[in-house]
Structures are given as C-alpha cells and as structure tokens.
Design a protein around this ligand. Structure first.
Ligand code: SAH
Length: 198
C-alpha cells in the first residue's frame, strides 16, 4: 500500500508558478506518502481530517486515497485550482472538500490535522499554522524544517499538545525557495506528530 501511495502521489502536479511570499513548495512524494501511511497505520485518518495549506493537494489526496474524507484549506486560488485538478486526475475528488480560506480564519473541530506550514526561516508564518492546528485537532502530522525544531517544540510545549514522535528526513528543496541560490539544496525536515493532552 505504501509504494502504491507513493506512486500515485508522484503524479500530483507541482506548483506552476510558486509564490515565494506564500512559501509554496510541494512535499516530496516519498515523504508525503510516509506521513500519510504513518497516520493511516495509527488509525488517525478515520475521523475528521483537514489539510492546512493544502497547496497542490498532496496530503489531502494521499489521505483520500486511504479512504478518508478530508478538507483542504488554502489561501491561494491558483493553488486550489491545481489541487482540484490533481484530485480529479487521481479520481479522488469526491472525497475532498477544498476550502478557499486563510488558515487563521478557518475553524472547526477535527481528529487530525495534516500540514506542511510555510517554511519560514523566521517561523511566525509557520506558528500561525501550529496555533490553529493545536486549537482545532486532537492529533497533528506536520512537516517542519529541522532548523526551526527548538522553536516549534517550545511552541508545542506551551500549547495543549505534546510531541509524540519526531523523525528527521533529508529532502531536496527546489530553487523556488527564496533564500536558495543553487538549483536545489538538500535540507533536513522533521516529521512531527503531536497529540492533545487529556
Ligand atoms: N501542503 C502542501 C503545500 C505546502 S506549502 C504540500 O505539502 O505539498 C504551504 C502552503 O500553505 C502553500 O500552498 C501556501 O499557499 C499555503 N499558505 C500560506 N499561508 C497560508 C495561509 N495563511 N492560509 C492558508 N494557506 C496558506
């Protein structure tokens, strides 16, 4: 199932014109399928699931491919169109509700948040996502730059959630990233799983 997921997620089209200001970049399919498969095995895709900053839709699509019904929230209309096209292409559109909204204005009550927040070196942007996620969900599966790990961990410690798993991965970030000068650069990212404290 995991290799099947990775194969399908490799078909998700990447941003055509990534908007640097929104720090758009797609989670590499191998990492996205790891995140989705882990959530699936933990039975965390069975309830209410939301993908914050869905971008190309890769997490929402991955979750839907395991049978989940999922919402995908995104502020950029162009990205949402791409996400919808990707969902159609993978024949999974009926399981996903795409919502055009800034995550800060989004509310609800969810079992699970999936997210790869804006990768800001100054992590304020990312922290808006963490603030929303810890407010609305029981569990969070997030990709986050390893360089910001301590800041994220201290934010989580001050929230109603606690870290239950943290694993480091190496990924190639494309040159679309503002601060990159090379074609692509290997970067470390963390897969962080948190849960609400009882
Ligand atoms: N989840 C996708 C995209 C990650 S990039 C993936 O993993 O591949 C982060 C996404 O968050 C971008 O698509 C960007 O447009 C979106 N975003 C940035 N700020 C946002 C905000 N305030 N509200 C909603 N989406 C936002």
């Amino acid at each position: 199932m995991k290799s099947d997921l990775k194969r399908k997620l490799s078909q998700v089209e990447d941003f055509e014109n990534p908007r640097i200001s929104l720090e758009q970049y797609i989670t590499p399919p191998a990492l996205a399928s790891d995140l989705i498969f882990t959530a699936y095995m933990n039975q965390d895709l069975e309830g209410k699931v939301v993908d914050l900053g869905t971008g190309t839709g890769i997490f929402a699509i991955g979750a839907a491919l395991t049978g989940a019904n999922v919402k995908g929230v995104e502020v950029d209309e162009e990205a949402l169109d791409l996400a919808r096209d990707n969902a159609e292409k993978l024949n999974i559109a009926e399981r996903i509700e795409f919502i055009s909204k800034d995550v800060r204005e989004f509310s609800g009550s969810f079992d699970t948040v999936l997210m790869n927040p804006p990768f800001s070196q100054h992590s304020e942007e990312g922290l808006k996502f963490w603030a929303k996620a810890t407010e609305i969900a029981e569990k969070i599966y997030a990709v986050s730059p390893s360089t910001g790990r301590e800041g994220i961990k201290s934010f989580i410690a001050s929230s109603t959630h606690k870290v239950v798993e943290l694993e480091e991965f190496k990924v190639d970030l494309p040159a679309t990233y503002g601060f990159h000068t090379q074609e692509s650069r290997e970067t470390s990212v963390d897969l962080i799983i948190t849960e609400a404290e009882q």
